[in-house]
Design a protein around this ligand. Structure first.
Ligand SMILES: *Cc1c(COP(=O)(O)O)cnc(C)c1O
Length: 488
């Protein structure tokens, strides 16, 4: 391609017909808000049909089909087959369903389209305010630093990266981990897989992640942790960080964060809290005491796109020592040189606090959502989700053919169909797996699964602001019905 001849008319990607795009835009807003408004009437999930799969393998278009036609393709090939997480009966893994205003906020952010890596403009200031609000929400010191990231996984990685660089005892940035003594990281057996990914990516190796046993509440055994730390020190390792779980992914257990904070202070170990969904339970006065000690962490990872219901993606990392945080990532090449005034001024350059240089305006949807609802309303919704989970647990306990397989400290319920209890565990595992697939394939509800103490369980993780108690009733009815159907 040689580019345009010098006399060819110049083009841009803006529409030739602005009024037409404006009309299309209004229609898209109406369509999508209507789609969310009526989501309860549709199946939670349905598989992508073969003809759509074929269409989605077509080669890249060389010629324009136009916005109208592209939008039609979206309506026929994409929109009918969502993941399901917007639906009131979606409780798989840990997912938020977003909000209608959050959708509009994404539109505003995309229209402004700033690069939030740095520079002297308003977006980094909005992000700073959001970070301040997050610190306030969790009782974290205002002097701490933070960064909005894609989610809890990256938040964990950033936090553990800061821990590694500031506590390894050598200049890791310059010499790498090979210059350090063996570095070890601790977390319970229930810790999230993203901690392992982080430890691997940080060059520590998954062997350096020590998995500590849990008690009957699925909380970390602190005495066992202490013994493991002592043994590692005796063997010449340098214990780097302890990861406390504030809402573990399988059962919603909350480790004894105050005891972990004490232990880490005594042992001079970095205390990180993975509170991906659970940390924001601190907004609820009745739940806050359960999280005591979190505010003493050196770093916290949590999500805004899970239990704060903000559209994907929005996670956050907070770090107590702001200077350590910046020092782990800051590089000053000449092409990113700061200026006293003008566009390259500005005190907060988010790119100095993480891996991303070009960054979208994630902060805006958080900022607008917090303003729309106010934090007290989020607190009520989080409390409502917990109450609904307890309600579901009580239904399970009252139903003879069902069995609760884990405690319900927060918003996650793990249970299984056991029928008349005459079947062995292997049979029940297979039966419950089939039951779950039927629930999903019939579009009734979308729990996910978990293996709890070796048993296959259905797992309902309720971070869904659209869920009502009647949805729990319906789930119970359908689980029993399909269970009986499978029992034959
Ligand atoms: C979801 C989750 C993560 C990962 O967060 P993402 O936002 O999915 O990257 C980490 N830890 C826990 C406990 C989680 O539930």
């Amino acid at each position: 391609m040689s580019g345009n001849p010098p006399d060819a008319p110049e083009e841009s990607l803006d529409p030739a017909d602005w009024p037409a795009l404006r009309r299309l835009g209004h229609r898209m807003v109406d369509d999508m808000l209507g789609w969310i408004e009526t989501v309860r009437e549709r199946p939670v999930w349905q598989p992508v049909p073969d003809d759509v799969r074929v269409a989605l393998r077509a080669p890249a278009p060389r010629l324009p089909e136009g916005a109208e036609s592209a939008y039609r393709d979206f309506q026929t090939q994409v929109l009918p087959y969502p993941m399901g997480n917007v639906h009131p009966r979606f409780w798989a893994w840990v997912m938020g369903g977003g909000t209608p205003f959050g959708v509009l906020a994404e539109f505003l952010a995309a229209a402004m389209n700033p690069n939030c890596g740095g520079g002297n403009h308003v977006a980094p200031l909005v992000e700073l305010q959001v970070l301040d609000w997050c610190k306030e929400m969790l009782g974290f010191p205002a002097t701490g630093s933070g960064l909005l990231v894609s989610g809890g996984s990256v938040a964990n990685m950033v936090a553990l990266g800061v821990a590694r660089n500031s506590r390894a005892g050598v200049d890791v940035r310059k010499h790498g981990v090979r210059a350090a003594p063996p570095l070890t990281v601790y977390g319970s057996e229930e810790i999230h897989s993203s901690v392992q990914k982080s430890v691997e990516l940080l060059g520590l190796g998954s062997e350096s992640l020590r998995l500590v046993p849990v008690d009957d509440q699925f909380e970390i055994d602190v005495a066992a942790l202490e013994r493991m730390i002592a043994a590692d020190r005796a063997a010449g390792a340098r214990p780097l960080a302890v990861v406390g779980g504030a809402g573990t992914v399988k059962t919603g257990a909350i480790d004894d964060l105050a005891r972990l904070a004490d232990l880490c202070a005594r042992e001079d170990i970095w205390f990180h809290v993975d509170g991906a969904f659970g940390a924001v339970a601190a907004l609820v006065p009745e739940l806050r005491p359960r999280l005591a000690g979190m505010e003493r962490a050196d770093s916290i990872a949590f999500d805004l796109h899970k239990w704060m219901y903000v559209p994907f993606e929005a996670g956050c990392v907070l770090v107590r020592e702001a200077e350590s945080h910046r020092h782990a990532f800051s590089v000053h090449p000449d092409y990113l040189a700061r200026a006293e005034r003008g566009l390259a001024g500005g005190a907060f350059w988010p790119e100095e606090y993480g891996m991303q240089l070009t960054r979208g305006f994630r902060a805006l949807k958080v900022w607008l959502s917090f303003k729309e609802h106010g934090l007290d309303r989020y607190a009520r919704l989080i409390a409502q989700n917990v109450a609904q989970a307890r309600y579901l647990a009580s239904l399970v306990e009252r139903t003879p053919e069902l069995e609760l397989v884990a405690p319900v400290p927060l918003n996650i319920v793990c249970f299984r169909w056991v029928g008349d209890r005459s079947r062995d565990d292997a049979t029940l595992d297979a039966l419950n797996a089939e039951l779950l697939m039927r629930l999903q394939e019939r579009g009734i509800a979308a729990p996910s699964n978990a293996t709890v103490r070796g048993r296959y369980a259905l797992r309902v993780a309720n971070t869904n602001h659209r869920t009502r108690r009647e949805d729990m009733d319906l789930l119970m009815r359908e689980v029993c019905r399909i269970g009986a159907e499978l029992a034959g």
